[in-house]
Design a protein. Sequence first.
Length: 660
Amino acid sequence: MKPCPHPNPGRRTAAACRHRFRAGRLRGMRIPLVVLVVAGAVFIAVRFLREAPSAAEPADPVAARVPVGPTPSWKQIDDPARDGWDTEVYAEKAKKQVQALGKLMAPARPLDPAAVAKLITGDFACGPIRPDDAATVLDDGYFRIDRAPRGDRPLDAGVPPPDPATLTHAGAEGLARALETALAPFPADAELRFAVKVFRVAAGTGEIATRQYVSLSGRGASGPVEQHATWDIGWARGDDGAPPRMRWLRVEEFEEAGVRRPDGPLFTDCTRSVLGANPSYANQFLRGLNHWAERLQDRSPFPLFGNPGLAVGDVNGDGLADLYVCQEGGLPNRLFLQEPDGSARDASAAWGVDWLESSRSALLVDLDNDGDQDLVVAILGGVVVAENDAGKRFALREVLECEDDTMSLSAVDYDLDGRLDLFVCAYNQGVSWEGGSGLSGAEPGFAFHDANNGPANSLFRNEISVADGWRFRDVTGGSGLDVNNTRWSYAASWEDFDNDGDQDLYVANDFGRDNFYRNDTISSTGTESPGSPFVDISDEARVEDSATGMAVTWGDYDRDGWMDAMVGNMWSSAGNRIAFQQKFRPDAPEEVRRRIQRLARGNTLLRNRGDGSFDDRSAPAGVEVGRWAWGSHFADLNNDGWEDLVVANGFITTGDSGDL
């Protein structure tokens, strides 16, 4: 066999990837993992050095790239006191005080007013922590949800406290009793979890006010209970470095959700019982990303993100769903076949799909209309297409060349010819640490809210036939999907939003504005339309979201017959605090300020009006705060006929997550 022709195995072109697949090396190759020395880490460290070498030092190109002393920690670099952001300093102090209040809400009851008094001023006053006007909005066999009306009052740091008539509890005794009402659903010995995120700050003379999300969760008498609320707190600034103290507290919104399952949780983690008998479970999956990032040969920055995907489908026709798992370069992809007892066995090698290329996402779909599930895998620089061979193995048919940084895949019959076509999202143009950060978004002048310097997405038309065999053709150019097509795309989803019989496309972009393409394959008269099938109607449909889009899903959540869209975006407490203050970018045009503020707002729920446009219902529906939301799906969890939402979120597993 010939070796891979590419000189850098961490940055292969699609042609080189195709060579390796067709030489059969990926299926059977077993190479030792080596420790990865990342040149980019050196580059970043050098940028943080405070002093440059003197002109008298010898010009050693190697030594110039190696750190010669301790580098600042991220907490030293991100020091708001040095940057003149006093409100950020106060926000951090306020957060610690609210956390201290949360620690007092422990199994020991009643609460100790003397301990509470250390966190408040002598004239403290508050309203109910668990509002008296909370009403039950859902009560079925699974959930009970109580919700209080939203206040929607502006955050004010004025003196005296706003709306004093609503602050009915005074002093430490009053606050202690108010907090105990919030603890009422929990047994005295319940193990509770309290969390807080400060997301607004307002400064006034002698006082500062903060708005924060707080959550309290634990096990109640009939199952888990969660309380989510928005608290406004006015603070007396501490003197001589002393922490601030609360002067008033009011609840702006409150929701309590309880699971009515005393016999156990609604969902149970069954990963070990399904996969645990396979050696790959302990030897590969349980080691985690940090372990493998130090050992992989991929020199691009993307293994550090840990975002390979998976696909579920019945590959052997036994009526049971099987699982295909993508992996980083150097780790074999895995195919698990489900057994009748619910466990799954690793059949990756037997089916010829234990490929070692850096794989980002996969699809199990029937491409040749023969009734079984074929396999499509996005790798760096290409898309691998494999045919299901009689439910016994996969046979490689083609490697489609596309941009280096492939991200996600979707399949659809966009042209209504009866065959599923493929759409490929691409994220970043720079795939190597060499000569820079590896992320073209780090370039000077990069506009996070309006980027247009990403790679192009690709549309491949399925032209499989008996006469010509397996063939896909890149039809991106001239299709209309090449318009506004360089916006750091994470995910795409197809749906017939206008009920005209063909599939339209929403593309969620991380840094640029999102794209919404109407499919005009079927014309308004119901006949096939000539010319480019797609038109970008993001602006006229009022869906041009610019908010770090990472996922999109469709569902008719209001059951009006028109499909609605949920876009998963990042919600940032720091972004919400800073971007809304007057001192942030004071000279920027209002449009720019508005778009930057939108970056931090979180998820977007778009209600289909049925007239070709959408309404943003994110805030009224209460779906904005999904944290660092990577993926979302509509799903009817309690079988009541209404679409619920599941949002996957998070980024780094650590004791101190900062703003994540």
